[in-house]
Design a protein. Structure first.
Length: 64
């Protein structure tokens, strides 16, 4: 079986490597879950499109 982790320095114990593997696996799982959630989301409703915060009349955001 090929090794996917390579230790460049130090002498980690089997417990250290196992802990690192768990953390990396958890991070990879969260990333995949977040990516799937973003793909499932529909576009924003833009219900607040007409709402405007107070914008000074001299601002570029004031518009016509």
């Amino acid at each position: 079986m090929p090794h996917h982790l390579h230790i460049h320095r130090g002498h980690p114990s089997a417990i250290d490597i196992a802990a690192l593997t768990v953390v990396l696996s958890a991070l990879a799982g969260v990333t995949a879950a977040q990516r799937a959630e973003l793909e499932r989301r529909t576009s924003r409703a833009y219900w607040d499109r007409s709402w405007k915060a107070h914008v000074p009349p001299t601002s570029w955001m004031a518009g016509p």
